[in-house]
Design a binder for this molecule. Structure first.
Ligand SMILES: CC1=C(/C=C/C(C)=C/C=C/C(C)=C/C=C/C=C(C)/C=C/C=C(C)/C=C/C2=C(C)CCCC2(C)C)C(C)(C)CCC1
Length: 292
């Protein structure tokens, strides 16, 4: 594991432990953490999908890429509008796969079983984040979905996911690394006991976005316009800024009509919209460049 990645994963674990041991930490600190991680790695890691498709895109192919990207966002927005529960289910399933994928960035995985191994691994960590602070998850989802889960069943659900995820890797590969075993045994419970947004943003930032961004950098760093960290960061900027401005406008319109919890749901819906094309492009990129 890269030293930068290692440092931020340790930092992430420390942040979670701090919030677990001092639940009275002010909500403002939690939101600042969310904002900092999203703005520095969360949003930018998806903002160079065009370069991953083809670093030397000509004008025509770039326009085709943009239209395709925006069409996918539009189709998924319609699904959210017409059928929010299936849209949510699709979001959870694709997030599980996408998050799981980033636990295997350095390993080759035979294609026909990869979806199960990735989906179960990401599903385990997502389940730990969502079930660990179920009250907060329920509050956010309340405008579209009401559900109950007893404390025992949530624990069984998360443990079951973790167990099947471990078994699936033992059966289908790739070979377990010490880090992966540690993540299954230590990261899962840590996320389970963390407050919802802290667990989510730490995992999303340091276990998904940062490692993905490092893979993107190592792919692009031989090209003249990306051959230093400064130039790479410049490439991340345009679409990150456009996305942040777009999200800001939508959320500030939302503040006029929506309650606090509804706004948080709206925020996740917006994230799901930009994540849909990103997940497809990233999957293609990783399969071609990294994972066979
Ligand atoms: C390129 C481009 C662009 C940009 C892009 C970007 C910037 C992207 C990004 C991307 C991204 C940034 C992605 C992300 C992803 C994420 C995810 C995948 C997530 C998931 C999550 C979840 C799953 C959640 C869950 C939950 C919680 C946590 C709580 C509450 C409840 C719920 C369930 C919601 C634009 C559009 C401008 C234009 C065109 C081109």
């Amino acid at each position: 594991m890269n030293r930068i990645e290692f440092f931020f994963k340790i930092l992430g674990a420390v942040i979670c432990l701090l919030f677990i041991s001092k639940p009275e930490i002010h909500l403002m600190v939690e939101w600042t953490l969310v904002a900092v991680i999203l703005l520095t790695v969360g949003i930018p890691h998806g903002a160079i999908d065009h370069l991953l498709t083809n670093p030397q895109l000509e004008r025509r192919s770039f326009t085709r890429f943009l239209i395709h990207y925006l069409l996918l966002i539009a189709v998924y927005s319609i699904l959210w509008y017409m059928a929010p529960i299936p849209a949510l289910a699709a979001f959870l399933l694709m997030s599980a796969y996408h998050f799981g994928q980033s636990h295997f960035l350095a390993q080759n995985q035979p294609n026909h079983t990869a979806w199960a191994v990735y989906g179960l691994r990401g599903g385990y960590f997502l389940a730990a984040i969502l079930c660990g602070d179920l009250e907060a998850t329920q509050e956010i989802l309340a405008p579209i979905l009401e559900f109950e889960l007893s404390p025992v069943s949530r624990l069984l659900l998360v443990a079951g996911f973790g167990f099947i995820s471990g078994i699936s890797q033992l059966v289908f590969g790739p070979k377990f690394t010490a880090i992966q075993a540690l993540e299954l045994l230590v990261l899962g419970p840590t996320l389970y006991f963390s407050p919802l947004l802290v667990g989510f943003v730490v995992y999303f930032g340091f276990w998904h976005s940062l490692p993905s961004m490092l893979v993107e950098y190592s792919y692009l760093k031989n090209l003249p316009f990306c051959n230093s960290l400064g130039k790479f960061s410049l490439q991340l900027l345009p679409f990150s800024v456009i996305s942040v401005i777009g999200m800001g406008i939508l959320l500030s319109v939302g503040t006029r009509f929506l309650t606090g919890q509804e706004l948080i749901l709206m925020f996740f819906v917006i994230i799901s919209l930009i994540s849909f094309p990103h997940i497809l492009y990233m999957d293609k990129f990783l399969k071609e460049k990294n994972q066979n």
